[in-house]
Every structure is written in C-alpha cells, then in structure tokens.
Design a protein around this ligand. Structure first.
Ligand code: GRF
Length: 188
C-alpha cells in the first residue's frame, strides 16, 4: 500500500469556540490536507465547537470526569474511542485538559498541540487561553506568537514542530494580542 497517499485519521480535541478546528477542517475540505476529522473530543458539553461539529456531521465524544469519574474509566473510554476510529493523529486545538499519560505514551509523536505563545516562554500548567496573553503584556514582551509542538507527559513541554512570531504593540490589550495570535494559529 502507498502510505504517502493515505488519508490521516485525525481526532480533534477542543474545549471552547473551536476556531482552530474549523481552520483545519476548512483546509481538509479544500483538499489541502489529506485527512479526515473522525471525531471531535470535548471536555465541555456546552462548547460552541459542538454546534459546528453537529452541522458538519463530525462525530462528538464528550470526555470528562462527570461522565467517567474513575481514572481507569476516564483513560479507557478515550482509548477505546481512539481505537474505534483508527486514530492516526490527535490534534489538541484549544483543549484545556491534560491527555492521560498512558495515551500520551501510546501515541508518542502522534499528538500535537497548538499553544498561543513562543514556547518555552509562557507555557506550563495554568498558561492557557487569556492567561498567556495577560502574562505576555504584563512582562512587556516585544514578541509573541504560536507554537505547534508534540505532546509529552509535561504541559507544553514536547518538541516544537513550528512557530510563528508576531510583534507585540505597546498599546496591545490581552484581547488585541489574542486576536492577532489566533489568526497565526489558523495559518500554522
Ligand atoms: C487558542 O488560542 C488556542 O491556542 C488556545 O486556546 C484558544 C482556543 O481557540 N489553546 P479556539 O477554540 O480554537 O477558537
């Protein structure tokens, strides 16, 4: 079989609006990425991204401690879903929860995360969403940006695949910065 032409089975993970999921899905529909989003996983049963997934007929799996209280159930339920859809690549696109260690080990170098800063700066536990941009502004950084990296057992620590740099303006609010970083996220 010719592996080069094989379509990649993506499982996307998102907790909120899902603009990154939409950006990836758009590229797939345009034929620029040879892949299929086989499942959307969200910890948040009220996430806006779920409306998009429903409209686009992307299957949804809600994965959180309310549905799966024990650690074993929590890990196994996700693992079973990934197996069922033959996942090749897990894409954390605005996902706020940690992937269980066993799954990270099994899918080594097949889980990627989109992080809205120039890692290793402004990464680690607690650095997500607007917290990142507030910290960048507070420390008067001149540059910020996006990092796409492989996921390992430590928050925002795995090898970097690609980065995109933007300039931080003197009068930027965290919201201004977040909006410009998000545009770069969608491109990268
Ligand atoms: C993005 O900035 C992403 O990098 C971060 O959370 C935000 C989510 O954006 N992890 P969206 O849900 O993809 O619109």
């Amino acid at each position: 079989m010719n592996q080069i032409n094989k379509s990649v089975n993506i499982v996307a993970f998102a907790s909120g609006n899902g603009s990154n999921v939409k950006a990836i899905h758009r590229k797939i529909k345009m034929g620029e990425i040879n892949a299929e989003i086989r499942m959307l996983v969200s910890n948040n049963s009220n996430a806006n991204v779920l409306d998009y997934a429903k409209a686009e007929r992307i299957p949804i799996f809600i994965h959180n401690k309310t549905r799966f209280p024990s650690n074993v159930e929590y890990t196994n339920s996700l693992f079973n879903v990934l197996k069922e859809v033959n996942a090749d690549l897990l894409v954390l696109a605005g996902f706020v929860k940690k992937i269980p260690d066993g799954i990270v080990t099994y899918y080594e170098k097949r889980i990627i995360n989109i992080h809205p800063s120039l890692l290793p700066k402004f990464g680690g536990q607690g650095f997500f969403g607007m917290n990142v941009h507030r910290a960048v502004i507070k420390l008067k950084e001149k540059e910020s940006g996006v990092s796409i990296h492989f996921v390992n057992q430590i928050y925002d620590d795995g090898p970097i695949i690609a980065q995109s740099v933007i300039r931080v303006r003197d009068d930027d609010s965290p919201e201004d910065l977040a909006a410009r970083v998000l545009i770069e996220e969608h491109k990268l």
